[in-house]
Design a protein around this ligand. Structure first.
Ligand code: SD4
Length: 324
């Protein structure tokens, strides 16, 4: 199906160099000519995930159903080593997953540090729909999942176990080594009725401390949706996304009139400005959609890509960035 569609490869010029002055207005990304449905997700595996989400959107389905279907693809893919099954474990060898969802009504659900469940995003959705709470963690989240009929599984693949054992030889705990160490999927969508939803799901930073929770399951950090304004999601070193209240801030900046790229840019620049000594070691990247169907992303460091799919076709874009 997708082969009939036009593949749009968009490469935007990198802002490069650490010497870039703060608050340079970023380019506004191409607005959609047809402000119909759209799905946007982080990294290149977002292409496959978007394809699944698009099946829902093109049938005039709900954005929430689209993102929930889409993220299940990398969650179940053992080759994606930082989401779901096959995700690299924590320093104790345990695969602990973080996920959250948010819908067009402002409802939200989240699970943090859940183990043995292949699709934490599906559990997060049930936390939203079936409990009076927003967040369940650890054992409580697992118990809830089992009560809801989820199967307990071993998520540590032979490959991820071997990678952990190799890491143990030095046990050199460097959560700042972002280059081979991350790939959360954050997915946001607008459906044909103009409603927005999002989902974010990850195994978090490889070899993190047991019990560490990143930004991905935190509403307002890894994901935020306001149906009046837009939606945003994040990837990268979660500690820095949390410290700037990343996605909630982006949505508020869009409310004040900034384009999605400008809003992502401003929040990235807050990270750069507050933590200048960290810039060379970390990544933080955001994508956003506004209510008019404009979309885009911005990253602290070169290398971030995001995938998009709308009535004009699907594609992968190189994000603009602050530093090489
Ligand atoms: C985290 N934000 O746990 C996640 C990791 C990530 O790309 O996004 N990696 O901090």
């Amino acid at each position: 199906m997708t082969s009939r569609r036009k593949f749009i490869q968009q490469t935007t010029a990198g802002a490069a160099a650490l010497t870039i002055p703060f608050n340079v207005p970023a380019k506004t990304f191409r607005p959609m000519t047809d402000p119909g449905a759209l799905v946007l997700s982080t990294w290149n595996f977002g292409l496959k995930a978007n394809e699944e989400a698009w099946k829902v959107l093109k049938a005039d389905g709900r954005a929430l159903d689209a993102v929930c279907a889409g993220v299940k693809i990398p969650e179940a893919d053992p080759k994606v080593t930082s989401v779901g099954y096959g995700g690299l474990p924590d320093r104790d060898g345990r695969v602990t997953l973080d996920s959250c969802v948010m819908d067009e009504f402002g409802n939200a659900g989240s699970v943090c540090a859940i183990e043995h469940i292949m699709h934490p995003s599906s559990v997060a959705r049930l936390v939203m729909e079936k409990t009076p709470h927003v967040i369940l963690v650890g054992e409580g989240a697992l118990q809830f999942a089992i009560d809801q009929g989820f199967k307990k599984e071993n998520l540590l693949t032979p490959e991820s176990e071997q990678a952990w054992k190799n890491w143990l030889k030095t046990g050199d705990y460097k959560p700042i080594n972002w280059e081979n160490n991350h790939d959360t999927i954050g997915m946001i969508a607008i459906d044909s009725k103009g409603n927005l939803s999002g989902c974010c799901t990850t195994s978090g930073l490889a070899y993190k401390m047991h019990g560490r929770v990143g930004d991905s399951p935190i509403i307002g950090a890894g994901l935020f949706v306001d149906n009046e304004v837009g939606a945003a999601t994040a990837t990268g070193n979660g500690e820095y996304v949390i410290k700037v209240a990343g996605t909630a801030m982006i949505v508020e900046l869009m409310r004040q009139g900034k384009s999605p790229v400008e809003a992502c840019h401003e929040v990235v620049m807050r990270v750069a400005k507050k933590f200048p000594d960290k810039v060379k070691d970390i990544q933080t990247a955001f994508i956003a959609i506004n209510k008019h169907g404009e979309y885009g992303g911005y990253a602290l460091r070169k290398g971030f890509q995001y995938a998009h799919y709308n009535t004009e076709g699907f594609g992968l874009s190189d994000s603009e960035f602050f530093a090489e």
